[in-house]
Design a protein around this ligand. Structure first.
Ligand SMILES: *Cc1c(COP(=O)(O)O)cnc(C)c1O
Length: 224
């Protein structure tokens, strides 16, 4: 666990880095959103970020997110929570009730289920399509060549509000190549938002066009 004022301090440091990275490539820093990844963090750590005024968070598991955010979202109703991990269709109902944005849309069955559940709960929530930029067999995400087809399905068959693309580059690969591919796909298909970049490489991601960076350990310290 990190002392509370360290987390406030870390948020400031990361914000300054975001500003500098944006300015270094003539981008408006206000275009870049910081998603604080609170998975495997203590409630104390999460509360420290909330008390520092931060409101945008990311979680990768539905059950854990409910434990973390069920009570806290009542206390802080302006919190926005992004799902950044894989979603099983049997968790869609709970996920739609809790999350405010889905970053990991990756298959038709999930898209349809999400659309139906959003209609049911009257929550029209923004989504990102996850792209498997490294074509890793064990990783979820749509392959780059199927983006247009999958987008059409999500948008026109399901009526989902698709805001952009998201990727998680291979751990051992050069992230910059994957950021470049995601940016190229976004430009080709006219997506405005790009979720890419984590603690180790968010500044790089910003210079390559990220509008959402997902930062965990650099903000909260090591996970439990
Ligand atoms: C855990 C996680 C992050 C944050 O990773 P850090 O290296 O701790 O910043 C970002 N994106 C996804 C999808 C994650 O699962």
């Amino acid at each position: 666990m990190v002392a509370m004022n360290n987390i406030a301090e870390n948020i400031k440091i990361i914000r300054t880095k975001i500003e500098k990275a944006a300015q270094s490539c003539d981008r408006d820093p206000a275009e870049v959103n910081l998603v604080a990844v609170s998975k495997k963090q203590s409630t104390e750590n999460i509360e420290a970020a909330l008390k520092a005024g931060h409101r945008l968070f990311g979680e990768n598991r539905v059950q854990e997110a409910q434990d973390h955010w069920g009570p806290l979202k009542k206390e802080y109703p302006d919190v926005k929570l992004h799902l950044i991990g894989p979603l099983q269709t049997n968790k869609v109902k709970d996920a739609v009730a809790l999350f405010d944005c889905f970053e990991t849309l990756d298959r038709e069955k999930l898209a349809l289920k999400l659309a139906n559940e959003m209609a049911e709960q009257q929550r029209d929530l923004p989504c990102f399509i996850q792209i498997n930029t490294g074509k890793e067999p064990q990783k979820s995400g749509v392959l780059p060549e199927f983006v247009a087809e999958f987008y059409d399905y999500c948008r026109y068959e399901c009526g989902l509000d698709i805001r952009g693309l998201m990727c998680i580059p291979p751990v051992d690969g050069a992230a910059a190549l994957h950021f470049a591919l995601l940016k190229k796909l976004a430009d080709e298909h006219d997506f405005k938002e790009l979720s890419m970049g984590m603690s180790a490489d968010f500044e790089q991601a910003i210079t390559q066009g990220a509008t959402y960076v997902r930062v965990g350990t650099a903000l909260f310290g090591a996970r439990e």
